[in-house]
Design a binder for this molecule. Structure first.
Ligand SMILES: [Zn+2]
Length: 174
C-alpha cells in the first residue's frame, strides 16, 4: 500500500471560467494560473505522484514552459495516473477537502465526484468530496485543495499452467 498527499491553491481572477475537478462551475471569477487553474486536479495529480515518489507536478509540467499555458489539467492527471500504472499500482480511494468562500460546492459536489471518478477510471464510491469555507483564514480570494490517495499494488496475473500446485502451498502454511 502507498499513501499520497497533495495540496494546491489558486487565486480568483475576473474574466476566466471557474474549473474545479474538471467541471466548469457558474461563478463570476475563475482561478488564475499558468494552466486552466484547476486547483483540485492539481492536488490530485500531486497526491498520485507523491504516493509513488515521482517528481511533483511543477517539475513535470513547469509553469515556465509555454506549452502548458492554458493547458487542460486533465493532461497532468492522466500522466500521473499512467505513472502509477507503470509501477504496478492502482487507486484504492481518494479523499479531498476544498476550502473556498464562494461559490458553494455542495450543489456541484456530485458532478465533480462523477468527473473525477471518470478521469481516474474508478467508481464514485471511492471518491470523497468535502468543502469548507475559510473561517478566520483570510483566504477569501483563493481556492485551496487538500487530497489524500491510497494506492495498492496490482496482483500478479494468475498463471493457468498445470504445473501450479496451489494446494501444496496451502499445505505448507498449515
Ligand atoms: Zn495548481
Amino acid at each position: 500500500m502507498r499513501i499520497g498527499y497533495g495540496w494546491d491553491s489558486h487565486e480568483f481572477k475576473s474574466g476566466i471560467p471557474l474549473k474545479i475537478g474538471g467541471v466548469i462551475l457558474p461563478h463570476n471569477k475563475g482561478l488564475g494560473g499558468h494552466s486552466d487553474g484547476d486547483v483540485l486536479l492539481h492536488a490530485i495529480t500531486d497526491a498520485l505522484l507523491g504516493a509513488i515518489a515521482a517528481p511533483d507536478i511543477g517539475s513535470l509540467f513547469s509553469p515556465s514552459e509555454p506549452k502548458w499555458k492554458g493547458a487542460d489539467s486533465m493532461i497532468f492527471l492522466q500522466e500521473a495516473l499512467k505513472r502509477v500504472g507503470n509501477v504496478g499500482y492502482s487507486l484504492v480511494n481518494l479523499d479531498c477537502t476544498l476550502i473556498l468562500a464562494r461559490p458553494k460546492i455542495g450543489p456541484h459536489a456530485a458532478a465533480i465526484r462523477a468527473r473525477i471518478a471518470e478521469l481516474l477510471k474508478v467508481s464514485t464510491d471511492v471518491i470523497g468530496i468535502k468543502a469548507k469555507t475559510p473561517e478566520g483564514m483570510g483566504t477569501e480570494n483563493a481556492a485551496i485543495a487538500h487530497v489524500v490517495v491510497l494506492l495498492e499494488k496490482n496482483k500478479p496475473k494468475q498463471s493457468r499452467s498445470k504445473s501450479d500446485k496451489p494446494t501444496t502451498v496451502a499445505a505448507k502454511r498449515s
